[in-house]
Design a protein around this ligand. Sequence first.
Ligand code: NAG
Ligand code: NAG
Ligand code: NAG
Ligand code: NAG
Ligand code: NAG
Length: 533
Amino acid sequence: MKFLSTTTIILFFILISSSLFVVKGQVDCVTQSNDASCVNYVYPLANITADINSLCVSMPYMPVCSIQQSCNQVSSTNGICDPFSILGDSCLHDMPGMSGCNNFKKLCASGSVVKQCSTVDSITNLPTTMQMWANIQSICTEMSMAGCEKCTKLNATCDVLPVYSTLCLAMPEMSQCANWTKMCQSTGNVLSSPISSGICTDTPTPATNCFSDPSDPKCTDYIYTSANSNTDISTLCKSMPYMTACSIQKSCSDASSTNGICAPFSILGDSCLHDMPGMSGCSNFKKLCASGSVVEQCSTVDSITNLPTTMQLFAGIKSICTEMAMDGCEKCSGNSPTTTCDVLPVYSALCMSMPDMSQCANWTKMCSSSGQLYDSQITSDYCVASTQDAVPIMRMYFHTGILDYILFKSWVPRTDRQFAGSWFAIFFFAIFFELEKTLRSILEKRWAPKKKDSDDDNLINSSLLKGSYPKFSYRDIIRGSLHAIELTCSYALMLVAMTFNVALFFAVIAGVLVGNILFGRYRNYTPRVTCCE
Ligand SMILES: *[C@@H]1O[C@H](CO)[C@@H](O)[C@H](O)[C@H]1NC(C)=O
Ligand SMILES: *[C@@H]1O[C@H](CO)[C@@H](O)[C@H](O)[C@H]1NC(C)=O
Ligand SMILES: *[C@@H]1O[C@H](CO)[C@@H](O)[C@H](O)[C@H]1NC(C)=O
Ligand SMILES: *[C@@H]1O[C@H](CO)[C@@H](O)[C@H](O)[C@H]1NC(C)=O
Ligand SMILES: *[C@@H]1O[C@H](CO)[C@@H](O)[C@H](O)[C@H]1NC(C)=O
């Protein structure tokens, strides 16, 4: 009996404790996260996924959505790619106020004993959506770069984390990239993660110690290959297609030249020595050619002397185009350069047609006859207008030169020979003009009524005019025609003079002078009075 009661008591205790355990097991750890029994509670994966989806449906541009995607792509579910950590990226710092974070916040509220909350491995120093958006806007107003086009508005097209990373990978030294630098520092958890590529890393560095120690005497003969240079130039031009180096590369490949300033390493130098050394495409160049470098390629790099920077060129274009609308200005209408605005060709074209503008001082320097650009195979793109394509411009002041429209769109002398031909055409035309004037005055003289003709049958008496005048005759048609021809000639000559081209102006004057000397005196002709007239 005693044994029975003991067993009963034990059984009773087992029952009580197990029922207690059951009650404990039903504690909702999401709402009572401080309950001791919730230590090992694991928030179900399905609910995490549902929460992330809910966040990403309402704000698809949030970093959490890009991170989830990147993690899916590399099939990783550990560390920062653990779904609960991904949810934490949003709910710990970024947008804790969103409904998708309700469960996470309750589960991991202060006092929570849930282990999962203390092991969450969210990205350290991940900037918030709004910080990244602000930085993107700031970068993109400063200069347009590849990626900016996605973020004209904060909507689904603009995934802030990849876009911000792309911009900062291209220009890591921009002040707006301070937060990116912090996120991607070597002590952070992104750089070593499988999703680092595209967020924190980009161009691989060729395996040689000449990049870490370019002063090593063994590096004297190290050659950074053309292929490597071209890869770097592509990297640069992918993010800023309007950069000077990209235009130069294009001109060089059009001219099939790979020497001197057209050598890929020199083109890279155009960008990395003066223009945009902060861009990631320049990181290898900068390492290799750092101060103290013994690499011979660096001391012989033939980058263009006095090449203005991309931003100086754009400022020059803006200044010229505000002063006067010219062909080419329409390509650079924005407040920052865009893909249509290749600054170097546009600026050069403007300065080739108006070389005397003050904004072209830097062009004059770049294209000075002692510079390499002037002597190169690509000079016709930037320094010397090929006369075949140059467009004459209207200059309302006396000027020399041969490039002017003469009366017709297609009459543009482009060679000295053509100009000489035009000059003589105008000269003889002016002589013809004088001849025609003389002819008309001779005819007028001959047609003038003689004194004794006052009772001529051909005269009409008019009481109104108090005199007589000739009847209508074929002479009136000839006189009118001659006068029309004379007026046409004189207007045409006037328009030629109005090209303000000094040589053409004097072609008109010389023609009139010679014509007048030759024919002027005939205007004083007196018709011979014959006995019978
Ligand atoms: C998880 O999701 C399921 C299905 O939607 C739901 O029934 C359950 O209550 C959720 N669990 C928590 C802890 O929110
Ligand atoms: C986002 O905004 C831009 C600019 O207004 C627009 O071109 C783009 O189509 C929008 N994207 C989406 C997914 O709505
Ligand atoms: C970087 O992030 C901090 C907060 O983490 C913020 O206060 C700061 O404005 C950010 N810096 C820039 C340049 O946006
Ligand atoms: C020419 O280049 C210099 C620097 O080399 C720059 O300071 C200046 O503003 C440029 N001039 C013009 C007119 O763009
Ligand atoms: C015109 O008037 C003059 C005299 O004034 C006269 O001799 C002449 O015959 C007139 N001619 C005609 C056509 O009427």
